[in-house]
Design a protein around this ligand. Structure first.
Ligand code: 5RP
Length: 261
């Protein structure tokens, strides 16, 4: 199975595998959503099984909660833990300041609440997610279904006064109906091509009635673990400025792949 992974999936896997080295016994953990986060959940479960770690997890989506419970992790609600030691999650883009675009998997609202409730957030990503400037990936914005067309028009109007390169806003669909998030909302994807001032955009979007939250994560992420298709991993810590490189041997995780066969 490991041999069948594409270079991108290998990169996601090695980032995920390296990130769970940051987990310590007794920790309260936030579990992200997406394909990279799914690898992380499996790698975490392997460490819990092999080393007998006691960890309590809060998931950022129903699908992550299902996966985590399925691989034997203890999952509780955020109201039970209130605060978390560490959240590990994927991202759609990250820049040199570790500001992020998230929400490609439609889980940005719970992801932002959980990451903000954590002492530390680690992002796991393949190297292609690093950008000089955010915005090539469409920015997801979670909105209330009531009056969503009015909210969309207000967002479009607001974008005209902001430093972005394009201003195309689209309702995210699931086949031929609007996609509904875990919290019962819609997602508008803002195709902006380049975001000149992500901090300002994040603040302004959240002032619009009908907007619940946007997918810009500003000053939330502490560490990025970047995976490469050849097994190399780079760990960059924004607070200490440290950059560390290493590699992950995929063959050591054959139990994870055996589970998937
Ligand atoms: C979900 C997210 C994901 O973290 C993001 O979309 C990355 O996904 P993947 O790891 O599958 O590339 O923000 O809302």
């Amino acid at each position: 199975m490991a041999a069948e992974l594409s270079p991108i999936d290998q990169a996601k896997f090695v980032a995920a595998r390296r990130s769970v080295d940051f987990v310590e016994d007794g920790m309260k953990l936030g579990l992200g959503t997406g394909s990279t986060a799914a690898w992380m959940v499996r790698c975490l479960a392997e460490r819990v099984r092999d080393e007998g770690l006691q960890v309590t997890c809060v998931a950022t989506s129903a699908r992550t909660a299902d996966l985590a419970r399925g691989v034997g992790l203890k999952v509780v609600g955020l109201d039970e833990t209130r605060w978390l030691d560490l959240t590990i999650d994927g991202a759609d883009e990250f820049d040199q300041n570790l500001n992020l675009i998230k929400g490609g998997g439609a889980a940005l609202l719970q992801e932002k609440i959980v990451a903000t409730a954590s002492d530390r957030m680690i992002v796991i990503a393949d190297a292609a997610k690093e950008v000089a400037q955010l915005g090539a990936y469409p920015l997801p914005v979670e909105v209330i279904p009531f009056g969503w067309q009015t909210t969309k028009a207000l967002i479009e109007e607001t974008l005209y006064s902001l430093d972005v390169m394009a201003r195309d806003v689209a309702l995210r669909m699931a086949k031929d109906v609007p996609l509904i998030t875990d919290e019962g909302h819609y997602i508008l994807d803002l195709n902006l091509k380049r975001i000149g001032n992500p901090r300002q955009l994040a603040l302004v979007l959240n002032q619009i009635p009908g907007v619940v939250e946007n997918g810009l994560f500003i000053d939330i992420c502490d560490v990025v673990v970047i995976g490469h298709g050849d097994g190399r991993v780079t760990v960059r810590d924004i607070n200490s400025g440290k950059v560390e490189t290493g590699s992950v041997d995929i063959t050591e995780s054959r139990n994870i792949f055996a589970d998937l066969d």
